[in-house]
Ligand binder design. Structure first.
Ligand code: TRP
Ligand code: ZN
Length: 876
């Protein structure tokens, strides 16, 4: 096999031929499905006549091919590994092909595959070419008419995009349904489902009075787990009408839950496919976090109907056009339905841990990459989350009203088209009158910008000078960076009053909470008429995806933690304060010096615990220490053991000093009320469970008893899972196994709960975690071909900082072994799973060598393009 070659954005050309209408017939069979395709083809008006017809196609056995009804002889077309070529085609013609495929052998879960007894598809990004020969690129948009034929008894339900127009019986116990999708769409939005499924149905009336049927299709045993997804869908539909003026455009909207799925969910037109983990919930089986995740993903896929489907991407380099925008939309939706600051805190803690790490590692890439080998590797945190941060900055820059006008312009001007990121940004520039040319650099420059800030208060003149200096570090292929346009929201908090001071900048009134624009490498901002010495509260609500350094003293941070009017920055001040203390303790641990707890952190926590909180959900976040992964992200070189020891020390010191406050907090927030995934209840559970985690960390007898009782009370999965996790992760050796056994037996029949059972045990800090992984890989509920299982067991173990990074290299070896097996079974998952090994530069020399040795061992295999691309970058 030759080395996979990169594809370049600069090589983009419109397709030589487009397809205006696509007719498909599937005759389903696990081992030999027949797919007939009739494509209505015409030359693209912008392309020269006489070009050959080139269609994508992989792993297809061609059975027949004809143009305008004339069968082609074997010398009239050419077949390659990657597709089909026909020379000398007319300007307009009908192409008929018939191919055979084997869904039951498809473990990659791209194209048509089997999940349990059902058939289903995943076509984004390039899966359709594993179904039939086609110009499998998003700028070819066609209407589809799809006939699905299957065994009537085994596959009573046959679904595809759009509306069912015909159904009937066929000889041999088979039946068929024909579906028509009137909206032109790219092949990546095609979907088909066939199986023994049951539905839950509801209705929604759109703002213009259209009646829409909503259906969630599941296996029978999951019928009781769809309520929350359905309610979320209706809320999302209403929200998009109210917020963006966009309504749904078909008579039915279907969601299907699938157990084997590479990602979270897929926005296929009118027929979303969902990883069952992203749609099914029940108070007894799903945690608050899972409920919120389901709500967010249901909304995300629904919002794609406009941002992605009606207006789609010209090519896959523009992926963030639909993903960044849609993530921004689902984030705003969730913020409107839940505690907005907590939503932001959760987003940002995840972003600063995982996206910052990606942006600093060997696979760093711009939000719009300029080349790729395998597009499946680019469904990344950078494309999704940093893309969303850029859209958020745009929104803050031009203001919501102009942003909404820009979105209206974008949707109406480009409806039914495949467009670029410039098209989107230009709409925002036109609607607002802003010059966004420098801002566009955010899309082409990789790496996390760092801002060094310092400020000085001039008492005599009442002037505050803030100096900001930006730089973006080099990333692979991009040694030099230009200054970006960075909008920073800020306030100046008066040290006497604790209030936001009015801000005047260059004679302009900024109010008490305003945005400044950093455009130069270094810029000074001079605020006048500042009545008292302020502490600046910078990048409020994480107004830009940057690392902001300001020489805050611990007193400054304690002050902001108590007084900042921005909930997000109040939380962030607490995190910064904890990080300073952690830094000292990490150093102490490394130097073998006795660890001493900073009393200022204890006092700050005491203050939090003893003053009335205006937002309990935020308080729970404030009481949560930065994760080991986030602490690691702040260190020049990661010392996993020192980080773990330091964090445990802080936790235990706080628990010891504030034991009574935590006990009180726990008691005040326990409740027997029936479970509801509502903000107030969620906040109370978070507070109670944070308190419990402190109490158990010091093996407080009462705390352990509370955890055991909470586990046994079995009130809801949020409480049960937290209690189980604390018992299993506790250093008291006798607690883990009885609880795990009880839980494992109770839930053996429920794959999504068993995923949690796997994760909890392999993330424990005790040294038996690795042995548990090996043991559990033979558990009947585990399967290497199910991505959820792989993530729950192997992926979770790779997040177990102390055990994955064992000094004997056994953690790395285990991951590499699994990656090598998955390289054959499911390349997309293999390439994701290997990520932790690619971050070897962050660790000490011994671990670096061990990690690189495993990467080299993987490189010795015959690699899928997915893994090839990642491994080459990691070892470059
Ligand atoms: N477009 C999907 C989303 O974000 C992503 C997705 C689902 C996907 N399944 C996939 C991407 C498989 C690549 C491969 O909503
Ligand atoms: Zn998406």
């Amino acid at each position: 096999m030759s080395e996979p070659q990169p594809i370049y954005l600069s090589d983009y050309r419109p397709p030589a031929y487009r397809v205006t209408h696509t007719e498909l017939t599937f005759d389903l069979d696990p081992a030999a499905t027949r797919v007939k395709a009739r494509l209505h083809v015409e030359r693209h008006p912008d392309r020269e006549p006489g070009a050959p017809l080139e269609l994508d196609g992989e792993q297809l056995a061609l059975k027949a091919i004809a143009i305008d009804g004339q069968a082609l002889g074997e010398d009239e077309y050419a077949l390659t590994e990657r597709g089909l070529r026909v020379d000398g085609v007319p300007e307009r013609f009908l192409l008929d092909t018939e191919v055979e495929i084997a869904p039951e052998d498809n473990t990659a879960l791209e194209g048509l595959y089997r999940s349990g007894g059902m058939f289903c598809t995943q076509c984004e990004a390039e899966g359709f070419r594993r179904i039939t020969f086609y110009p499998d690129r998003p700028d070819v948009m066609a209407t589809f008419s799809t006939t699905v034929i299957g065994d009537a008894a085994g596959l009573p339900v046959l679904l595809s995009n759009g509306n069912p127009v015909e159904r009937g019986e066929l000889p041999g116990g088979r039946h068929f349904v024909t579906w028509e999708d009137p909206h032109p769409k790219p092949s990546y939005l095609f979907a088909l489902v066939a199986g023994d499924l049951k539905k839950v149905e509801d209705r929604f009336t759109t703002m213009s009075g259209r009646e829409v049927t909503l259906q969630i299709w599941v296996e029978e045993e999951n019928l009781g787990k769809t309520d929350h997804a359905m309610a979320s869908l209706k809320r999302a539909m209403r929200w998009d009408e109210e917020t963006y003026g966009r309504e749904y455009d078909l008579d039915r909207y279907m969601i299907v839950a699938v157990n084997d799925f590479n990602m979270g969910a897929m926005e296929n037109k009118g027929l979303n496919l969902f990883n069952s983990a992203a749609v099914l919930t029940h108070p007894q089986t799903a945690t608050d976090a899972a409920f919120q995740r389901v709500e967010g993903i249901v909304a995300h896929e629904y919002f794609h109907n406009w941002s992605g489907n009606r207006v789609t991407c010209r090519d896959w380099f523009q992926l963030s056009l639909k993903e960044g925008f849609t993530v921004f939309r689902d984030q705003c939706f969730s913020a409107d339905t839940n505690s907005a600051p907590v939503k932001r805190i959760e987003e940002v803690s995840f972003f600063r841990t995982a996206q910052f790490a990606e942006d600093a590692g060997p696979t760093a890439h711009p939000v719009r990459p300029d080349h790729y080998i395998e597009i499946g590797n680019f469904y990344t945190l950078t494309i999704y989350e940093k893309g969303a941060e850029i859209v958020r900055m745009l929104c803050n820059l031009v203001g919501w009203e102009a942003f909404r006008r820009g979105a209206d312009r974008y949707f109406s001007r480009f409806d039914g088209q495949a467009v670029t990121i410039e098209d989107f940004v230009n709409c925002m520039a036109e609607a607002s009158g802003h010059d966004l040319s420098q801002f566009l650099l955010w899309y082409s420059q990789a790496g996390t910008p760092e801002i060094d800030a310092h400020g000085e208060y001039d008492y005599a003149n009442g002037v505050y000078r803030l100096v900001l200096r930006q730089r973006t570090p080099a990333t692979p292929g991009q040694p030099d960076k230009l200054p970006l346009h960075i909008p920073l929201r800020l306030g100046l908090v008066g040290t006497k009053t604790g209030r936001d001071l009015p801000m005047t900048l260059d004679g302009e009134d900024l109010g008490t909470d305003g945005v400044i624009h950093l455009r130069e490498e270094e810029q000074e901002f001079v605020f006048t008429d500042v009545a008292e010495a302020p502490v600046p509260s910078l990048a409020r609500n994480f107004s830009a995806p940057v690392k902001l350094h300001f020489p805050y003293s611990r007193e400054d941070l304690a002050f902001l933690l108590a007084h900042d009017s921005d909930g997000f920055n109040r939380w962030d001040a607490g995190q910064r304060l904890a990080l300073l203390a952690l830094d000292d303790l990490i150093a102490a641990h490394r130097n073998g010096v006795e660890k001493v707890m900073d009393p200022r952190v204890v006092e700050a926590f005491r203050h939090l615990l003893t003053t009335e909180a205006d937002d309990k959900a935020v308080l729970a976040e404030m009481l949560t220490l930065p994760s080991e992964a986030y602490i690691a992200e702040q260190q020049p070189l990661v010392d996993v053991d020192a980080i773990h020891a330091a964090r445990e020390f802080v936790k235990q010191s706080l628990a010891t000093a504030l034991r009574d406050d935590f006990r009180r907090l726990y008691e005040e927030h326990r409740s027997e009320a029936p479970y509801a995934p509502e903000p107030e209840q969620i906040a109370a559970r978070s507070l109670k469970n944070v308190a419990l985690s402190y109490l158990v960390s010091i093996e407080d007898e009462e705390g352990i008893e509370l955890a055991q009782r909470q586990f046994e009370a079995d009130h809801n999965m949020t409480d049960v899972r937290q209690a189980l996790t604390l018992l299993v992760h506790s250093s008291r050796g006798d607690l883990a196994d009885p609880a795990l056994r009880a839980f494992g037996e109770k839930w053996a029949h429920d794959p999504l709960v068993m995923d949690q059972w796997f994760s909890i045990q392999v993330t424990r800090p005790q040294s038996d975690a690795l042995d548990r992984v090996k043991f559990l890989m033979d558990h009947p509920a585990f399967s290497l071909t199910n991505p959820n299982k792989v993530r729950a067991l192997i992926g979770a173990f790779a997040q177990n900082r102390v055990n994955f990074h064992r000094l004997d290299g056994e953690g790395y070896r285990l991951l590499a072994d699994v990656v090598i097996e998955l390289n054959r079974l499911n390349p997309e998952i293999a390439a994701r799973l290997v990520t932790p090994l690619t971050r070897w530069q962050r660790f000490d020399e011994t671990r670096q060598e061990l990690m690189k040795a495993e990467l080299e061992r993987i490189r010795g295999e015959e690699l899928s393009p997915n893994l090839y691309e990642v491994i080459e970058k990691a070892l470059a």
